[in-house]
Design a protein around this ligand. Structure first.
Ligand SMILES: NC(=O)c1ccc[n+]([C@@H]2O[C@H](COP(=O)([O-])OP(=O)(O)OC[C@H]3O[C@@H](n4cnc5c(N)ncnc54)[C@H](O)[C@@H]3O)[C@@H](O)[C@H]2O)c1
Ligand SMILES: [Zn+2]
Ligand SMILES: [Zn+2]
Length: 362
């Protein structure tokens, strides 16, 4: 079977024939049907996120189970599944505390196995959560998959594997956006548009989409944004203050991944409001905040991985929201591509109007 191999930072990924181990106990063999291309894949490829080459990227996948070892997830052949990029053990302090999104075993579970074999005898792992959704098939831990209903298209369901759960979860689970509130969103890619959709579902009254790209701003209005700002033309902080009698947003989300924009999100948050950091900046980057005023203005700064989602419950909840039409997933798929086109999809992500490229497998 084919896999798109991440061979070196900033060098084109190479599509190769690889073989795959059979699943053992607590493992599942999945045939991916669709995989979104997320900015986090690009960040790893660029070396911004420290995960090594000699791996297969892709972590936003949906597929069909080919075979399953004995497992506690109730997963069997023929089931439809979505991969979780934070695989969970179900037993550690965090999993028992309803915080599986920070499971202490997730790295070990995800990267502890090298099930892919290349023609030269070397082995490969799935870089994020062990998922390797840029391969046609994968063998993953039972805690890396969630069974979903069969009456949702897999090319839409795959988006729940990262962008949708991250963005909608950030709104509903992490920030807990309230009805009638004003929400500002910096960065309107696949994750930012999901924040906007989540804010609409939460009943926010004003939703401000901030993005340099005109097409992203236009798309945002379809997903629920009531206002938009081009930050190269207008100061987004002043714009948000102008909408709120000078106060600032009740909730501001940074969904690009730079320390400078994280600070911008903080500055556009009103006193007593929440500044929610979703974008992932470089591991050596630091954010500076006005120390005294952070306390005196009672602002809350919160980070969130995977939208603080408990995937076994939240994936199914987001599938239901998609089926009812509250979450518009089909409209987020800007282009369907083949496995040979993933390098081009990285370029389109930064230079094009694409919200999500989705790899479609036969
Ligand atoms: N916290 C998590 O669990 C989690 C999960 C997935 C992705 N992420 C991170 O979220 C971020 C967004 O991911 P994505 O897949 O949506 O990326 P994307 O590339 O699709 O979107 C980023 C958007 O930011 C816009 N942008 C760039 N510079 C800007 C600026 N100065 N002002 C306003 N907008 C600007 C771009 O035009 C683009 O629309 C990345 O940092 C990614 O690593 C975090
Ligand atoms: Zn992602
Ligand atoms: Zn755990």
């Amino acid at each position: 079977m084919k896999a798109c191999v991440f061979v070196a930072n900033n060098e084109p990924m190479v599509v190769e024939e690889v073989t795959l181990d059979a699943p053992g106990d607590h493992e599942i063999h999945v045939k991916w049907k669709a995989s979104g291309v997320c900015h986090s894949d690009l960040s790893i490829w660029e070396g911004k996120l420290p995960l090594p080459p000699g791996s297969i990227l892709g972590h936003e996948g949906a597929g069909v189970v080919i075979s399953a070892g004995a497992n506690n997830a109730g997963i069997e052949a023929g089931d439809h599944v979505v991969g979780t990029f934070v695989p969970f053990c179900g037993e550690c302090f965090y999993c028992r505390n309803g915080e599986s999104y920070v499971c202490e075993k997730s790295q070990e579970i995800g990267m502890g196995r090298m099930p892919f074999h290349r023609a030269d005898g070397s082995v490969l792992f799935g870089a994020i959560g062990g998922l390797a959704t840029f391969a046609e098939e994968s063998v993953v831990h039972e805690g890396a998959l969630v069974k979903i209903p069969k009456d949702i298209a897999l090319e839409e369901a795959c988006l729940i594997g990262c962008g949708v759960t991250t963005g909608v979860g950030a709104v509903l689970n992490a920030a807990k956006v309230s009805q009638g509130s004003t929400v500002a969103v910096i960065g309107c890619g696949g994750v930012g548009q999901s924040v906007i959709q989540g804010a609409r579902v939460a009943g926010a009254e004003k939703i401000v989409a901030i993005d340099l790209n005109e097409a992203k701003r236009a798309a945002a209005s379809k997903f629920g944004a009531t206002h938009s700002v081009d930050p190269s033309v207008e100061d987004p902080i002043q714009f948000v203050q102008g909408l709120t009698e000078g106060r600032g947003a009740d909730f501001a989300f940074e969904v690009v991944g730079t320390a400078q924009l994280q600070r911008q999100a903080y500055d556009m948050t009103r006193p007593g409001g929440k500044c929610c950091l979703v974008g992932v900046a470089g591991m050596a980057d630091e954010i500076s905040l006005p120390s005294g005023m952070l306390t005196l203005l009672s602002k809350q700064v919160i980070g969130t991985i995977y939208g603080n989602s408990v995937v076994r419950d939240d994936f199914v909840r987001f599938v239901e929201l998609a089926k009812s039409g509250d979450l518009m997933l089909a409209d987020m798929v800007s282009q369907r591509i083949g496995i040979d086109d993933i390098n081009d999809a990285f370029v389109a992500m930064t230079e094009g109007d694409v919200i999500r490229s989705v790899v479609i497998y036969d």
